[in-house]
Design a protein around this ligand. Structure first.
Ligand SMILES: CC(C)(COP(=O)(O)OP(=O)(O)OC[C@H]1O[C@@H](n2cnc3c(N)ncnc32)[C@H](O)[C@@H]1OP(=O)(O)O)[C@@H](O)C(=O)NCCC(=O)NCCS
Length: 174
């Protein structure tokens, strides 16, 4: 068995990730989710784990200049965290999330990581050191600034950790 991990960008990486993402979130499943109607940003980068040439795990990375209490902050957004159903529990998502954090840390400009998750995944992220963000989050939807409440916000310290206050993603969520 061969395992490869890569950080990819661009349209070819979107195409490579698509079969895994649509297997994990088929359109009919997506429609029924509390966040299924939301428009998300296309990631800047993707961490992809390939096993025997097939992508089995994916994490999208979105870099964003947002605001915290009105002051500019550089956020490293993680989203579309997914492992193929038959490959779960082997540490792939942990590896991919750690690679994403490593990549963001190495850029030396990102203040903190941020992701959004459903309640049943909170324990997974807490085990990896993510902490809840306990304040309102705003994001863009249909060209308007709106309150983003569809999923719970979690943050990860890179240069700083902010757990209270108001965050504006200043763009689409991820
Ligand atoms: C959540 C998900 C990405 C985890 O992927 P994975 O590759 O199985 O994760 P890992 O193998 O790295 O798991 C690490 C540990 O977390 C545990 N874990 C996984 N999902 C968990 C969950 N939802 N709640 C609590 N613990 C969880 C694993 O059992 C494992 O525990 P261990 O270290 O004691 O063995 C995967 O279950 C998945 O794709 N789910 C569907 C899509 C989804 O909900 N994505 C998250 C969007 S926010």
């Amino acid at each position: 068995m061969s395992i490869e991990i890569e950080i990819a960008t661009g349209a070819s990486s979107r195409a490579a990730a698509a079969p895994l993402l649509s297997a994990v979130w088929p359109p009919e499943v997506l429609k029924a989710l509390p966040w299924g109607h939301i428009t998300f940003a296309d990631p800047d980068l993707r961490v992809m784990i390939d096993r025997d040439g097939e992508t089995v795990c994916h994490v999208g990375i979105t870099r964003r200049a947002g605001t915290w209490n009105g002051r500019k902050v550089h956020i490293g957004g993680l989203g579309n965290v997914a492992t193929r159903a038959d490959c779960r529990g082997r540490g792939y998502a942990t590896l991919a999330i750690n690679a994403a954090i490593h990549t963001l840390t190495e850029e030396h400009s990102i203040d903190f990581g941020m992701l959004f998750c459903e309640p049943h995944n909170s324990a997974f992220y807490e085990k990896l050191g993510w902490q809840s963000f306990n304040g309102p989050v705003y994001a863009e939807q249909a060209g308007q600034r709106t309150s983003f409440t569809a999923m719970a916000p979690y943050v990860f310290r890179i240069r700083r950790l902010l757990r209270e206050g108001t965050i504006d993603l200043c763009g689409l969520p991820w």
